[in-house]
Design a protein around this ligand. Structure first.
Ligand code: SGN
Ligand code: CA
Length: 511
């Protein structure tokens, strides 16, 4: 009798634990690299179709105003996992930072509370991942073809194939092998759509019949914007004919290129079969001036969007996996890019600026039973909020030093209010010559302070100037607004405890 009741208690406790494990949602966080919302059909893009990203939005929510705290790869990822600004998590730029893995992350909190956690694919935080059940990451930027992976035992492993497919394969292998009695959190880090935009062989040529319209500010002269005038990220001057656009001078130059050298014979054959005739045609045209720049733009778009096609297809594979393994109903799926990207706006590629195309990022989320399908959200959200949101979803207390806030209430409670303004701080002062800057955006107005490379303020009214061409700073009509925004900016600097910005702000306020 006594034995029986002990047994019943054990079975009861076990069932409770099992149901708790089943109740806590699984999490799939897909992070791409440099994927512009301008190239996603859910955001109204006419450039291409992205049916799988659109599917997440249709079955969940499309965030129209998701932004990053610092528009560059490593810093964005560090912010995503720590829920903290760069000055707090220590990863300020790609050039000098290396992630202090001993600090807390939402992943560590999940692992501690019984989740199986993994990061697979692009990581780019220099030090080895810590606090994960499993990781298998690309070294640095990683390679499009036959990528190498850093393994947990310290070894390196090369896997044949195209990065987007391989990262998805490895992710599914991990899912197959995981302990199914526990909830999981899988981060899939895709390489696409990063420079130098080398498509999968099956996607070569898919946009060849399309001529893409030039963005209306393609020939921006940067008048009134000092930092925009000194950057080095234009399609006209910075984008390289060989390295970026595969128009190599000769066979020798091509063979020297690391990304091409690693292709196997079959991949190389298809690559050459596609690009060789284009090189021949390009040479015969002898283009110069604007005609050359516009030709570069078309090539850039064709390659960039082709890498995006593979990215989207592999996101579809993730969703299919969840379907076929009956995981869809109990899994959160978030798709986000590490930042936005320029597709010719201001004549640019790359990111970094607090201007919309790079400050804002695509973000869609599916959470069956919690988020109504077809939701469109217009709150000001940041990548900073992902860690607290996912912890809240997993019923784990959000550590007090995380600086973001869960956006779940904004999706479930009509009365919930989001932030009124966002704070941004970009630090790198090297490749692409973008001046460090910090600023505030209220959604409508944006005030930016550039420092170090150039010293200047900029002010925009996004309602009347969505593409940020007209710097209103110093305009008498906006004096009051400027003063108000400066006070609010200072409040945010203090709220987030950004000492470096505080010092610069206090010294330059009089200008
Ligand atoms: C590389 C690229 C840059 C890019 C940075 C940061 N140059 O250095 O164009 O801005 O990465 O990108 S490349 O010649 O190596 O392609 S990030 O996505 O890692 O932030
Ligand atoms: Ca990036």
């Amino acid at each position: 009798m006594k034995m029986n009741s002990i047994l019943i208690t054990i079975v009861f406790v076990f069932c409770q634990l099992l149901s708790l494990a089943q109740q806590r949602p699984n999490i799939v966080l897909i992070v791409s690299d440099d994927h512009a919302y301008q190239a996603i059909s859910a955001y109204g893009s006419k450039l291409m179709q992205t049916p799988n990203i659109d599917r997440i939005a249709n079955e969940g929510v499309l965030f129209k105003k998701a932004y990053v705290t610092n528009s560059i790869c490593g810093p964005s990822r560090a912010t995503i996992i720590t829920g903290k600004y760069s000055h707090k998590n220590g990863f300020k730029d790609n050039e000098h930072s290396s992630f202090d893995g001993s600090q807390n992350t939402f992943i560590k909190e999940l692992t501690k509370s019984g989740y199986q956690t993994a990061w697979i694919g692009k990581w780019h935080l220099e030090t080895e991942p810590q606090g994960f059940t499993y990781w298998q990451v690309l070294p640095g930027q990683g390679s499009y073809y036959n990528p190498d992976f850093l393994m947990m035992d310290g070894s390196k492993k090369r896997i044949d194939g195209y990065a987007s497919n391989v990262v998805e394969d490895v992710s599914e292998e991990w899912l197959n092998k995981r302990d199914t009695s526990k909830p999981f959190c899988l981060v899939i880090g895709h390489k696409a759509t990063h420079r130098t935009w080398i498509p999968d062989t099956i996607d070569l040529g898919m946009f060849d019949n399309i001529t893409f319209p030039l963005p209306q500010n393609f020939y921006d002269n940067y008048a009134g914007r000092k930092a925009a005038a000194v950057q080095d990220m234009t399609i006209a001057k910075t984008m390289i004919m060989g390295y970026d656009l595969k128009m190599f001078e000769n066979e020798e130059a091509k063979n020297k290129e690391g990304s091409i050298k690693r292709m196997n014979a079959e991949q190389r054959k298809r690559y050459d079969a596609y690009y060789e005739p284009i090189i021949a045609d390009f040479k015969s045209r002898n283009l110069t001036g604007n005609a050359l720049t516009e030709w570069k733009y078309q090539r850039y778009m064709r390659d960039y969007l082709s890498t995006a096609a593979s990215l989207d297809r592999n996101i579809g594979r993730t969703l299919d996996y969840l379907d076929t393994h009956q995981l869809t109903n109990n899994s959160i799926v978030i798709y986000i890019s590490d930042q936005g990207f320029y597709l010719g706006e201001h004549g640019w590629f790359d990111k970094r600026f607090m201007y919309e195309e790079s400050f804002r990022t695509p973000m869609v989320m599916r959470y069956p039973g919690v988020i109504k399908s077809g939701t469109v959200n217009n709150n000001l959200l940041m990548n900073l909020d992902i860690a607290p949101t996912l912890l809240a979803a997993a019923s784990i207390q959000v550590p007090g030093d995380m600086q973001g806030q869960s956006f779940l209430p904004l999706l479930t409670n009509k009365k919930a209010k989001g932030r009124k303004a966002m704070y941004y701080h970009y630090y790198e002062n090297g490749e692409h010559s973008v001046s460090p800057h910090f600023g505030i955006s209220t959604g409508r107005y944006k005030l930016i302070r550039f420092y170090k490379r150039v010293e200047s303020w900029e002010l925009y009214d996004l309602e009347n100037d969505a593409s940020e061409m007209k710097n209103l700073y110093g305009n008498k009509k906006y004096k009051k607004l400027t003063e108000k925004l400066k006070i609010e900016l200072f409040q945010l600097i203090n709220l987030y405890d950004d000492k470096e910005a505080e010092k610069i702000f206090t010294e330059k306020i009089k200008e």
